[in-house]
Ligand binder design. Structure first.
Ligand code: MN
Length: 258
């Protein structure tokens, strides 16, 4: 099983650098090119056709779209995902704190897999937990309540009654004022995520893969005689990072920007 994981592209405008780089990356995946340390020296081959792509949240900077009203800026990247899917790559999307209500389009229309918070995946016999990670800090009750409200039927009904163009404008405004993760904040989050992973080792997971904190990190631990892997995927804003998994091994990689 050859798998690529990424998160936190926060796509907004198709002319943004992160968006352009990501489209190039997806086109490379289609060609079987993974341009980074992953390829030739490590695995000894030139082409790597992947089996699955996991997008672990905040892929879009906002997502208030209906099957009949997709934000035009998102169409190029949606086409790129659909192309990969046509080639036989299974696309899995986890919702993030910026993009939710994804099922209606990605699952019901495009037939991709969508999960709202987390999923347990079997990768070559490894038990892997994948999630955006915004719920890893269980002590942040206020955030968890707000999250619940945003995903409630009530909020769903409200946003369905507003014209899509108005929602996009509002979403754009709120995402512009929402503060960026600073270093302290992201260190704190990382600590919470590691504790979350330790809990999961006790539930016999072999790997925990999260997004959200925007730090690219891979650490291996031996717990109860077994190797466990903890990964935070980084982002496509500053790092262009992704994780490649094959045959029970994980490689944290960086896409060379052009
Ligand atoms: Mn996030």
């Amino acid at each position: 099983m050859k798998t690529v994981f990424l998160s936190d592209a926060h796509l907004k405008r198709s002319t943004d650098d992160r968006y352009v780089q990501l489209l190039r990356f997806l086109a490379d995946l289609r060609e079987g090119r993974i341009r980074s340390l992953v390829d030739a020296p490590v695995l000894g081959r030139e082409k790597t056709q992947i089996d699955a792509l996991y997008i672990l949240g905040d892929f879009f900077d906002f997502w208030f779209c209906r099957p009949d009203a997709i934000h035009p800026e998102f169409q190029p990247v949606i086409n790129a995902l659909a192309d990969l899917q046509k080639d036989g790559v299974r696309i899995h999307l986890c919702e993030g704190n910026h993009d939710f209500f994804l099922k209606e389009y990605f699952k019901d229309v495009l037939g991709m897999e969508v999960f709202e918070e987390w999923a347990a995946v079997d990768l070559d016999g490894l038990r892997v937990l994948v999630s955006h990670g915004d719920t890893a800090d269980r002590s942040d009750r206020l955030y968890l309540m707000f999250r619940k409200f945003l995903r409630s039927r009530f909020f769903y009904a409200i946003q369905r009654r507003l014209p899509a163009s108005l929602l996009w404008t509002l979403a754009n405004m709120t995402s512009n004022v929402s503060k960026n993760l600073n270093d302290d904040n992201s260190e704190y989050l990382l600590g919470k995520m590691l504790s979350f992973a330790e809990e999961k080792w006790r539930e016999n997971y072999d790997a925990v893969i999260l997004g959200h904190c925007h730090k690219p990190l891979l650490r291996n631990f031996t717990v109860a005689g077994r190797e466990r892997t903890f990964v935070t995927l980084g982002d496509w804003i500053a790092h262009y990072s992704f994780l490649y998994g094959e045959d029970k091994k994980f490689f944290l990689s960086f896409y060379p920007p052009q």
